[in-house]
Design a protein around this ligand. Sequence first.
Ligand code: UD2
Ligand code: MN
Length: 288
Amino acid sequence: MDLFVLPELEESGGHSPCAKLPPTLAGPSQTDTSLVSFRHMVQTFKHLHQNGRFRPRDCQAHQRLAVIIPFRNRKSHLLLLLNNLIPFLSRQQADVTFFLIEQLPGAIFNKGALLNIGYLEALKLGQFDCFIFHDVDLVPLNDKNLYRCGDNPRHFSVAINKFSYSLAYKGNFGGVVGLSMKQYSEVNGNSNLYIGWGGEDDDLLERVTNKGYFISRYSGELSKYDMVNHSRDKGNEPNPFRVKLLELARVRQEVDGLNSIHYSIHYNRTIKDMALFTLITVDIDNDR
Ligand code: UD2
Ligand code: MN
């Protein structure tokens, strides 16, 4: 079965590049906690094209963003996230496509593998400069926190309410991070071996520093987020091997990642062209 291809939007010929700092930014905000449905959002956010893509009308965005959301059974978080993130990225004059990478029930949750799949599948469907890997439960609170990639991988979710708006621990690289296409492929993506909760984000940090990158962060004021209160999910129990795996992160880097992943796309429910996001439902074989 052929994958559909994201339609190239008509060139907005003659448009000049968007301002470096969008004039539409509003600064600090609070999470909009209104309960909305997918249908309501489709009606409200009229600038959305199919598949969860939109871009500024009057200027050329600086980068094409793919927002990759690892997902299973968190619909209420997804509704909240999209209802906040769509206006947030619109104010940032972003050219963005949302990819929801949903893991089927059964196998233990594997966030690292889902992010790799998101990256690989997005590039089959369109062209992207910058990948924003985004936990579904994190809502940004300041639109000056510009979702753009730079010369080094960027950690966006620095100051989360759960950790009193400070970094959870030195070297934290979880939550929301941004890597250019080149950076993510150069580090061979995430490890696929962190089955269950924990460690895959620390492993990614090992990978990027091993390739000579630094982690870029905006100031704490800009990098504020609310995390939805949640307990540990069934099927994503802490991985008892995570500390051991991390010790050999750099040794495995070249053979564990984008170049070694095994998955199958579940076509019945998959890659639907929906207004709010491109849905990719996958079966991950954690044993291969
Ligand atoms: C931390 C990290 C997170 C990840 C995790 C360890 C921060 C702010 N967050 O979050 O990035 O590294 O630890 O694995 O440092 N998910 C589902 N369904 C599930 C399980 C997970 O959708 O059943 C997705 C969802 O996008 C969620 C993400 O995976 O936000 C991370 O899982 P979590 O929220 O349970 O982990 P948490 O909050 O400890
Ligand atoms: Mn969480």
